[in-house]
Design a protein around this ligand. Sequence first.
Ligand code: DGY
Length: 330
Amino acid sequence: MQRALSTLPRVYVTRSMPPDGLDILRKSGQVQFETWDSDDPVPRAELLKKVKGVDALFCVLTEKIDAELLDAAGPNLRVVSTMSVGYDHLSLGELKKRGIRVGYTPDVLTDAVAELTVALLLCTSRRLVEATHEAKTGGWGTWRTLWLCGYELANSTVGIMGLGRIGVAIADRLKAFKVKKFIYTDVAPRPELANQIQAEYVSMDELAKQSDFLAVCCALTPDTQNICNKDLFSKMKKTSIFINTSRGGVVNQEDLYEALNAGEIAGAGLDVTVPEPLPTNHPLFTLKNCVILPHIASASFTTRNAMSSLAANNLLAGLRGEPMEKELKL
Ligand code: DGY
C-alpha cells in the first residue's frame, strides 16, 4: 500500500545530483526529498536550516558533516549517503556516536579516476599544456632538438603511494606503456592487490628514491595529512614526476612549490588542492612544470551517474534498515 507523501521519510539532497540517482529516489516511492537545486554548494546556514528533522542526507564532498550539522539535523537522522569515495568531509566519530549509518561510492569511479590519472601523468610528463600554449601563442618557431622534451614511461619505475583499487587500475593501464617496474608503499604490504600488477612493496624512502613517476592514491586521514612534504620531495629524482588525484591535504603545497621551483623534481600534476578552488593567484599556477586540474578525476557522465545511483541505493537501503551496497564500517 502507498503511504501518503507527507508521512514518508524526509531526505535532504545537498546539490543538483546526476539524474540517475534522483530517479531512483523518485521511483522508489519510499522517501520524500528536497534538493538544493544548484551546481554550487548549499550555503552552510541554509544547510543547517534544511537538515532539521530529516531522516537522511544525500550529500557530496563539499559538505562538512560534523557535530554542528548533526546537532542541527536532530535525532531523526539515520543515514548519511555521500556521493564520493572519499570521506574526509565526514566526522566519522560523531556519526558513530549517534548511530548514523554512512554510505559512500567506491568502485564505480575506479575506471574514470584511473583514466584521468594516466591522462594527467602524460600531460605533465610530456608537457602538453606548455606545448599547446607555445603553439597557440607564437612560441613555435621551428622544430628544435630538445625543445619541450619531457620524460617517457617506457622503462620507468612507477611508484604508487597507497595501493587500493585505483592504484591497481592505474598500473593496469600504464603496463601498456612498457613500464619496467611498479613499486608501492602503504601501512602494510597488500599482496592480494600487488600480485595483480606485480608490484613490489617498498618503504616510503625507497618509493621517493626509486620512482620516476609517483602517483598518490591514498585516502586523506590524520596519518596522511601533509605526508608529501619537503622530506619526500628532497629524496625524489630531479627527473621525477609527481601526480596527485587523491586529496590535496596529503601534500604540503608550499614544499611542493619549492621543490618544483628549485628543480628538485621535474613536474607535478594535481587534480586536487587545498583549498578548492585553488585561488588563481596561487604560486603553483605560476609554474610551467605544474599542471592543475579542477578535481575532475571521476567526471565522466557514466561514472557520475553511477555514483549518484549507488548513493541513492545506499540511502534507501539504509532507511529500510537493510545492508547497503557500500557502507562505511564505523
Ligand atoms: C571522490 O569521490 O571522493 C572523488 O574525489 C570525487 O569523485
